[in-house]
Design a protein around this ligand. Structure first.
Ligand code: ZN
Length: 408
């Protein structure tokens, strides 16, 4: 049987980069190719109910219960797309028994993964690491999650003495462009609760995410020949600066951490005549999140009144919400994950995610879905790596978790 490392390297090499500019589902043809290959492999490995759903891009399958009593169905979910970074010709390299020194990723370009810059590497001394050749990302986010779920299921299937209830697994597209879970079919997934395997370092267990929205501000100016512009010209570039200056200067990503929310001016383009700004708004706290959105509108109103015209038109769209709102109603999934980690000699690291996961959406579809570590790190770029030892730990946690869930 193929082992965890070989399957991981094989999957990483397949380009599954998602494409924000595309409107198809999945957003890129290479994801469809991967999903269909994965579907066939799950069939060949003897999984039940293996389905590729072309409407949402999810590959799902079932491992049947092997106990007589009633047990809650658990789901495990990972995304198979990778982030918006070069994914052509990914060449994973294995470093055995890592010694803690700087890792030369690419001799020619001089790209080095240095523990001085990435202190977490120091915790991985003695591990087997998988790194890139410095030209691409690795795709451990989230191929690590995909292979860990498959490996854990194979262990269960091959060891009937390990007792568990029904398990549902799903692998989805386009998480990195924020849409993968939008079309997730929660009603047919049947799980009482689920976990995404989409975290990073060993022990991470997350059930709080941001509340998230995007705001676009259309700017309407007045373009007049500069020579005769006195008291007539209204320059959108100036309007944009004025709007941004009304937001608190310290509530931006580069000055916030932990539970602190922010406004991020993500992009803007203006001529004198017209312009457009895009912000993203983030806060763990629902009330503060709503207040931030309100503030955008208030600022626009204030400026529109000042100019006596609709110079600022704000449009806002919510992206996802803090899954804690759903999960804290019944903490069983979190408690179970904690217990499983402790049983595997792992200290749970519970922290709020400064972002969202597929679980942020799936939780609000009625399936509480916290997030578990995968053993990867430095995602979305050439410094990305995975620790095979921590990946193995993630597999153990899944296996232990479903056993604990089946205990009477
Ligand atoms: Zn991810």
């Amino acid at each position: 049987m193929e082992n965890l490392l070989n399957r991981f390297i094989r999957y990483c090499k397949i380009n599954t980069r998602s494409n924000e500019k595309s409107n198809t589902v999945p957003s890129s043809e290479n994801q469809v190719v991967f999903a269909k290959m994965l579907t066939q492999e799950l069939v060949d490995l003897g999984f039940d109910e293996v389905i590729y759903n072309p409407e949402n891009g999810f590959v799902s399958a079932t491992v049947k219960s092997n106990v007589d009593h009633e047990v809650d169905t658990i789901g495990f979910i990972a995304h198979y797309d990778t982030a918006d970074f070069n994914s052509e010709n990914i060449q994973p390299r294995v470093i055995e028994n890592y010694d803690g020194s700087p890792i030369v990723l690419n001799e020619a370009s001089g790209l080095i993964s240095d523990p001085l810059l990435f202190p977490h590497l120091k915790e991985l001394v003695g591990h087997t690491l998988i790194v890139t050749d410095g030209n691409t990302l690795l795709g451990a986010d989230d191929k690590a999650g995909v292979v860990e779920i498959i490996e854990a299921m194979l262990i269960l299937k091959n060891n009937p003495d390990l007792k568990h209830g029904e398990i549902r697994i799903a692998f989805g597209p386009d998480e990195e462009i924020g849409r993968g879970a939008n079309l997730f079919d929660a009603s047919n997934f049947r799980a009482k609760f689920a976990y995404t395997l989409d975290g990073a370092k060993r022990g991470e267990l997350e059930y709080e995410s941001f509340n998230a929205a995007a705001a676009t501000i259309e700017l309407h100016g007045v373009s007049v020949h500069p020579g005769t512009a006195k008291d007539k010209m209204i320059n959108c570039a100036k309007l944009a600066m004025e709007f941004d200056a009304l937001l608190p200067a310290n509530e931006v990503p580069e000055h916030t951490e932990h539970y602190e929310g922010f406004y991020l001016l993500h992009d803007m383009e203006t001529t004198i005549d017209h312009g457009k700004m895009t912000y993203i708004i983030r806060d763990h706290d629902k009330a503060k999140f709503l207040a931030r959105k309100e503030r955008m509108l208030k600022n626009a109103n204030y400026l529109n009144e000042k100019y006596g015209a609709e110079r600022f038109v704000v449009k806002m769209k919510d992206s996802y919400y803090n899954m804690r709102e759903v999960i804290e109603k019944d903490m069983k999934p979190v408690e179970l994950a904690k217990k499983a980690m402790v049983a595997c000699d792992i200290e749970p690291i519970i922290q709020p995610i400064r972002g969202g996961t597929d679980g942020s959406k799936i939780s609000f579809m009625g399936i509480p879905t916290p997030n578990l570590f995968t053993g990867g790190g430095n995602y979305h770029g050439p410094y990305e790596y995975a620790s095979l030892d921590d990946m193995q730990k993630a597999v153990e946690v899944i296996v232990k978790l479903v056993q604990l869930n089946a205990e009477v």
